[in-house]
Design a protein. Structure first.
Length: 284
């Protein structure tokens, strides 16, 4: 004979257990919420990156404006003034000497490497800061050839982060900002950088190029440059070259496709991998 009371008790327990579990609808809602959270995180990361890129572009615009204001006030470019001691104690003029305050309108290094940090470009940022044109507190490196350990007091760091800095140099009668991962200690004899890191990814380089220029890595006022070491980078920055594969598949460390003249933003292996240095023509 069935114990009705016991049977009903067991049924009640089973019903209670069922009530404690999740239904398919509840599980679906949880999964949707998780998806929204993950999606929000990814969107947030994209927004942060976009903000960093906009801030970096704004820095470049600010530096261009600051130098032009400086030129109007002092009748010359920072680092290139013929008589800088009239305005900036500790910076010695050397008129007529290449790369040492010669007043020719170019921000030059005095060594054999035009990309070095050993002449007018060594005091460029210091004079801008001393003139209250920029907030970056840069050290007076002096015009004499010396070795400098790269830091935020030597070169201004870019808002894009990743230990990326702004440098300024001239080539072919034009002045350029160079955006790269300068690090280590420069060579005392020539001011050559120990390392010029390919810090920017093709995606980042493309976005900066697009905001400021034509989005093409080999033409215009913003061009891609890269290389495996300091010597290669120095050469390719001057000649508007870059790290790339002319044929075959693009690989990590490549910045653009030389055949198509497009940034390597479509290949998964390259689009977000460090591989680019940018050379940006100034408006002074």
């Amino acid at each position: 004979m069935i114990n009705t009371k016991a049977y009903k008790s067991e049924i009640k327990k089973m019903s209670h257990h069922r009530e404690e579990g999740f239904t398919l609808i509840e599980l679906s809602i949880v999964l949707v919420i998780i998806g929204l959270i993950v999606g929000g995180i990814l969107v947030g990361q994209d927004m942060i990156k976009a903000a960093q890129i906009r801030a970096t572009v704004a820095q470049l615009e600010k530096y261009n404006a600051a130098v032009n204001t400086f030129r109007s006030k002092y009748n010359g470019l920072p680092g290139d003034l013929l008589n800088p001691t009239n305005f900036f104690p500790g910076v010695t003029g050397s008129a007529g000497t290449t790369g040492l305050a010669n007043g020719n309108g170019l921000i030059e290094g005095s060594g054999t490497d035009v990309m070095g940090l050993d002449g007018e470009n060594a005091v460029f940022w210091y004079e801008l800061f001393q003139a209250n044109m920029i907030p970056d507190n840069n050290t007076n490196l002096g015009l004499a050839t010396a070795a400098y350990t790269i830091s935020p007091t030597v070169l201004p760091p870019a808002k894009i982060g990743k230990a990326t800095y702004f440098h300024v140099a001239s080539s072919g009668g034009l002045n350029y900002f160079v955006l790269a991962g300068f690090s280590g200690t420069t060579t005392a004899a020539s001011g050559d950088f120990a390392t010029i890191g390919l810090n920017l990814s093709p995606n980042e380089a493309f976005q900066i190029d697009t905001k400021m220029d034509d989005g093409i890595p080999t033409t215009g006022t913003v061009v891609s440059a890269g290389g495996a070491n300091a010597a290669a980078v120095t050469t390719t920055i001057v000649t508007q070259g870059g790290t790339y594969h002319a044929t075959g598949a693009l690989a990590a460390g490549d910045c653009y496709d030389s055949t198509l003249s497009i940034y390597a933003t479509s290949a998964a292996a390259t689009k977000d991998a460090p591989g680019c240095v940018l050379r940006i023509r100034t408006n002074f």
